[in-house]
Design a protein around this ligand. Sequence first.
Ligand code: ATP
Length: 372
Amino acid sequence: METILSLCGIRKQFDGVEVLKGIDLDVRKGEFLTFLGPSGCGKTTTLRIIAGLEAPDTGRVLLNGADVTDLPPNKRNVNTIFQNYALFPHMNVAANIAYPLKLQHRKKPDIQACVADLLDLVQLSGFGGRRPDELSGGQRQRVAIARALAAGGDVLLLDEPLGALDLQLRRQMQRELKALQKRLGRTFLYITHDQEEAINMSDRIAVLHEGRLEQLGTPQEIYDRPKTRFVAGFIGQANLFSAEEAGAFEDGVVRLALDGGVGEALAHDGAHELHACEQVSFCVRSEHIKISETPVPGFSIAATVRDYSYLGGMLRIVLALSDGREILCANRPDGSVLSAGGRVWVFWDPKNAVFLDRPDGAPEIPRKGARA
Ligand code: ATP
């Protein structure tokens, strides 16, 4: 697929602190790509560097193959929508949307037709004469989107554009924005710290953590195959384990001796080449944790039911392992009777245990005997 934007080795310091530590990323034409990460991980700084509002210390920004790193914002074919919509309060909706078209010296009938089309697109036909303060938050945000679309550009940058909206409106706008992006076939670069929003809207997600691109992939890849401890913990509910490889089981499945002496378990080694006595980290999503009243072949993890609650058709069970550590299990109720303090055995399908790497691709826990 065609690449529209590339970030090559982007680094940035503020006051001697490196907040972007070498970001490399190719954005595909027409995709909805989301930067996801906790507050302060460098999302906005990355977007500002793409927009030309901030200069990287090192690294290049390529747009359609051309180096735009040293170009000012108005010379780059990108547009930004911020969380505070920044509409002109004294202009009505139509004038707000027409503003960038006037800057492009378009003819009046052309501008009028274009504004009408955009109002239709964001479902605000009939609202052209209203001032921004006569609109709801969601309507104002749609005007901001229409205005950014009027400004054109190869890539639309959206910095938490739905952050100020209440949850219901936010969900509705997520659907509208995604549908609009698909209809227009434009490239959207979106910022959020909300994992659900990222999963719902994106073609691909770039997970940022402390100035590094931790993982890039489709929502399903990020959820099902997190590469690092951070990604596993940030998206969905994951139980993290450390273990030592204790030998082969069968059909690519390995036996693992879990740290803390909490028992043995099985995992499919997948693409990993594990070696006996190697230290590994892996995660099992809470919905993949299963419990049984009797031990299951290959597993010997005894646990105590610490707490359980029903959450809309799901049973959320907190289990305590023998070393006191808690793990979380989310399952559909199967009719079996649970009691707090009850003893159970924990197991999972070996293919649902996902081995984790450090960001540099090395095993999360160094091999036994290796120097740190
Ligand atoms: P949030 O979700 O809270 O907006 P973010 O992931 O967008 O966070 P950035 O705004 O990119 O994070 O900030 C990354 C780091 O850089 C933070 O520690 C922030 O304090 C720092 N930072 C950003 N801009 C500046 C600046 N102009 N001067 C000094 N430090 C800055």
